[in-house]
Design a binder for this molecule. Structure first.
Ligand SMILES: Cc1cc2nc3c(=O)[nH]c(=O)nc-3n(C[C@H](O)[C@H](O)[C@H](O)COP(=O)(O)OP(=O)(O)OC[C@H]3O[C@@H](n4cnc5c(N)ncnc54)[C@H](O)[C@@H]3O)c2cc1C
Length: 413
């Protein structure tokens, strides 16, 4: 049997590793349009900062691919999946047959039309080549504008400000990292950024970019302000990188639709990671989880199910993110920002003046979301509370005291 995996990020590589643990006979092909073997994409900001060398970014040494008999095809793009023929078509014109296929192609930055302007100094950050280009260009920079106050924008604000650049963030809405933060935490992080000379402009958007001699020189915002800058980073989110699936019968919405077993609607075709939109039985929705840890878990589940004849593994994900912004640890788990329509109860311990914040969102006495600043060591236990739908009605005090082991032990009985 030949198994082909499109994408050598955490989901693709974890799937390959899992497959090899169970099946040492099948041929395993891992394809990536990048010319690098698997690397720590999430550490690219720290590579730009100079805190990580390229060698330290490498996630798997060459011996891993030899030992696991994985044939890597690097620097080639999958242009089409031919379902009837069970083949993929590469940009080189080669066709590769598969018996089973995993789509683990990740995501690509949303850019609007800005990247089509023929000006130097406008960047997105997704790949090692993007990071190298930013690093090389940075020598000429004094002022930076970052469009987007999500996690990537905030990480890069830290990197640029530590380099001594004046940094301006433009954020469309009224809070930073809106899916993760609430207003309290957004205001707290905003004040920390401002202490580091980062200007945070909420409710303000990019409307025009101007250049001189082929290089960006200033931008204009929706409030009519002009900000001089030599580097503009567009960090307004990502979209699953699945355009090679157009005109196939594989069902997609924003991402590739799969069931809890990571199976698509087409037999023998699976999806995992940022490219996949997976059915979540707790929410009765198809969700995209854009995080490193979820990509690993999904890759493992998909790999297992691709080669296991007996019982299949089910993926019930709880979206979660852990971040350090100027050294401040922040974690969001599940849905920490309930909408007004949902009947929910909030449990809150706000000691942000001491750098501590603990918030739980309960629905029908079950935890559905949490936002934490400071003590993030027990995030996995909170995920379990959500996943196992433990009734915490009797344990509200224990919850706010962080006694999650006790609730898990007693709540299951
Ligand atoms: C700068 C940055 C910082 C981040 N920080 C964090 C963090 O702190 N914490 C966290 O949890 N997550 C973070 N993330 C997100 C995390 O890296 C992703 O969620 C994770 O990498 C997704 O893994 P994946 O395997 O789905 O896809 P990816 O890692 O994106 O890998 C997909 C691979 O598929 C290849 N590919 C795509 N299309 C094709 C094609 N047509 N043909 C061939 N190959 C193709 C790509 O080249 C790539 O190698 C960060 C991401 C970035 C960019």
């Amino acid at each position: 049997m030949r198994i082909v995996i499109i994408g050598n990020g955490p989901s693709g590589v974890k799937a390959a590793e899992t497959i090899r643990k169970i099946d040492d006979k099948s041929e395993l092909i891992l394809i990536s349009e990048e010319k690098y073997s698997f690397y720590f994409r999430r550490n690219l900001p720290w590579f730009i900062a100079g805190k990580f060398t390229e060698e330290k970014l490498t996630a798997k040494k060459p011996e891993f691919y030899i030992k696991n008999d994985i044939n890597q095809i690097l620097g080639k793009t999958v242009e089409k999946v031919l379902i009837k023929e069970k083949e993929i078509l590469l940009n080189s014109g080669e066709k590769i047959k598969y018996d089973k296929l995993l789509i683990a192609s990740g995501a690509a930055p949303i850019t609007g039309a800005w990247m089509t302007l023929n000006l130097k100094g406008i960047f997105t950050l997704r790949t090692l080549d993007d990071a190298k280009a930013i690093k090389e260009y940075m020598g000429k920079v004094e002022e930076v504008v970052i469009v987007g106050g999500g996690l990537l924008g905030l990480n890069m604000a830290e990197v640029f400000s530590e380099k001594g650049f004046k940094v301006h963030i433009l954020q469309r809405g009224s809070k930073l990292s809106p899916q993760m933060f609430d207003f309290e935490v957004s205001n707290f992080i905003k004040s920390k950024l401002e202490e580091k000379n980062v200007e945070v402009n909420l409710n303000e958007e990019l409307v025009e970019i101007k250049g001189k001699n082929g290089i960006i020189s200033e931008i204009e915002t929706s409030k009519g302000r002009r900000i001089s800058c030599q580097l503009l980073l567009i960090a307004i989110g990502v979209m699953p990188a699945i355009k090679f699936l157009k005109e196939t019968e594989i069902k997609t919405d924003r991402g590739v639709l799969t069931n809890e077993y990571m199976e698509t609607n087409v037999q023998n075709v699976y999806a995992a990671g940022d490219a996949a939109q997976i059915y979540n039985p707790l929410k009765n929705q198809y969700l995209i989880y854009t995080s490193w840890a979820s990509a690993l878990e999904q890759g493992e589940t998909a790999g297992f199910n691709m080669v296991t004849q007996q019982c299949k593994k089910r993926y019930i994900g709880v979206p979660s993110n852990i971040e350090f912004i100027f050294g401040i640890p922040i974690a969001s788990i599940g849905s920490p920002n309930p909408t007004e329509e949902t009947k929910h109860k909030l449990l809150l311990k706000n000691e942000l003046s001491k750098g501590l914040y603990l918030k739980f969102v309960l629905e029908n006495e079950k935890v559905v979301g949490s936002l934490i600043v400071g003590k993030i060591e027990k995030v996995d236990l909170i995920k379990e509370l959500i996943k196992q739908q433990i009734n915490v009605g009797k344990y509200e005090k224990s919850l706010i005291e962080g006694e999650f082991e006790k609730i898990l032990n007693e709540g299951k009985k």
